[in-house]
Design a protein around this ligand. Structure first.
Ligand code: ASP
Ligand code: MG
Length: 419
């Protein structure tokens, strides 16, 4: 059994959906769990709609109509000459959103977000499932909320692995008895009380990995609009190179430090069971792509790098000029944790502790809190470069003309904060 994941870009319009069917035809003799995300930019649109509702802004009906029109016109294109059940399924999904808006909500914004935004995946999977059936790619549509079980951390659901493994096997396997494709949603799950949760933005890759782990799949393929994993983001750098093979370890590091090609949580469940992950192009599906797996080395052996913008370097020292000791560190970390600010890089010296973080609205209150107890200085508008399998030439090239604020080297990775 294989797990395929099709993201928003691979489902952005009617032609894209047709192309997904073409790809599945290539694999028509295999059992495939297909995981889909919301179509095109639907998640962003639903986010906007949820905010507008929650904060009682204008434009609510305009935002809602935008999402509806996009999907209804797509089905009109895909099913031109027949009445399809999908229309009814879409009506239901939109009705569920309305109910979520009307329901008295005591659980806050994140809860509402998950009830509404999750419908993007529900709608997308309904459309794709119906279209595949129409193209004689017989499949069963399953609701991921029946088997991806999470706690109630809305917008960041934490997977209950034990339940998820059990339900995935119980529910998914038997659906392969009379067909080769089982189709479900990425990104969404449910609590034990069956409230919908989401797994964090771009979480569909993670869903594919969760299911592969649960079902002991032979491999996962993530279908993307790039030929594979490149050694740098082609939108930010020229002369990027495709990597044919990457080790799990390199992939984890690159994803964690901001390479946007795969969701950071995706690799670990796969590595745990040694399930290879392929990143392939949905535009040229027969090309090799990139294989992420249990190889020791990444090939070709060239440096990969990530450039993160809008970085802030915060330097924290004791007000009385004393050393920064363990007690301070523990306190500093708990302040970061309290404000839910993720640390990209940290370094300590005898008298100060430096932390590089993304710029965000949360920083002001974080810095206020830190200032109560420490002397705090910070620099904004910095860049963070992370270079995996670095060499001096790449370091020099990326930092040419820049001032280096902080540098950290380990055997395979160098990180540089520069201006
Ligand atoms: N549709 C969700 C998002 O855009 C999940 C995903 O695409 O992976 O964040
Ligand atoms: Mg998406």
């Amino acid at each position: 059994m294989k797990v395929f994941k099709f993201g928003g870009a691979s489902l952005k319009d009617a032609d894209a959906v047709r192309n997904v069917a073409e790809i599945l035809k290539i694999y028509s003799n295999e059992k495939i769990v297909v995981v889909v995300s919301a179509m095109g930019k639907t998640t962003n649109a639903l986010e906007k709609l949820t905010r507008a509702h929650y904060y009682k802004e204008n434009n609510i009906s305009e935002f809602f109509d935008e999402v509806k029109t996009f999907h209804y016109s797509l089905i009109a294109e895909l099913f031109p000459d027949e009445k399809t059940d999908v229309t009814q399924e879409l009506n239901t999904a939109f009705l569920e959103m309305e109910w979520a808006f009307e329901e008295e909500n005591t659980k806050g914004f994140d809860y509402l977000y998950d009830q509404v935004v999750s419908q993007g995946e529900v709608i997308s999977s309904r459309i794709v499932a119906a279209y595949l059936n129409r193209m004689n790619l017989k499949n069963h549509w399953l609701d991921a909320r029946d088997f991806i079980k999470t706690d109630n951390s809305y917008r960041e659901g934490k997977v209950d692995w034990e339940l998820t493994v059990k339900y995935s096997n119980d529910i998914i396997r038997k659906n392969f008895n009379d067909c080769n494709i089982v189709l479900t949603q990425g990104f969404i799950g449910a609590t034990s009380e069956n409230h919908t949760t989401t797994l964090g933005r771009e979480g569909s890759d993670y869903s594919a990995a969760i299911l592969a782990y649960a079902l002991d799949a032979e491999e996962v393929i993530i279908w993307k609009d790039v030929p594979g994993v490149l050694n740098a983001d082609p939108k930010k750098f020229k002369d990027t190179q495709k990597l044919d093979k990457i080790s799990f370890q390199d992939a984890i590091e690159l994803a964690y430090f901001g390479a946007s090609v795969i969701h950071p949580k995706t690799i670990q469940p796969l590595q745990n069971k040694n399930i290879p992950l392929w990143v392939k192009s949905f535009i040229s599906p027969k090309e090799e792509g990139t294989m992420i797996g249990n190889n020791n080395a990444t090939e070709p052996n060239i440096p990969s790098y990530i450039r993160k913008e809008n970085q802030v370097l915060i330097s924290i020292a004791a007000k009385d000029f004393s050393f920064i000791v363990e007690e301070n560190l523990s306190n500093i970390f708990s302040i970061f944790n309290h404000h839910k600010v993720k640390i990209n890089l940290m370094q300590n010296s005898a008298i100060s502790f430096s932390v590089c973080v993304d710029k965000s609205e949360k920083l002001l209150s974080l810095i206020d809190d830190l200032k109560r107890e420490y002397a705090v200085r910070y620099n904004e508008d910095l860049l963070l470069f992370t270079i995996r399998n670095y060499d001096q030439e790449t370091i020099d090239r990326l930092t040419a003309g820049a001032t280096i604020f902080l540098e950290q080297l380990s055997r395979h990775t160098v990180q540089l904060v520069v201006k």
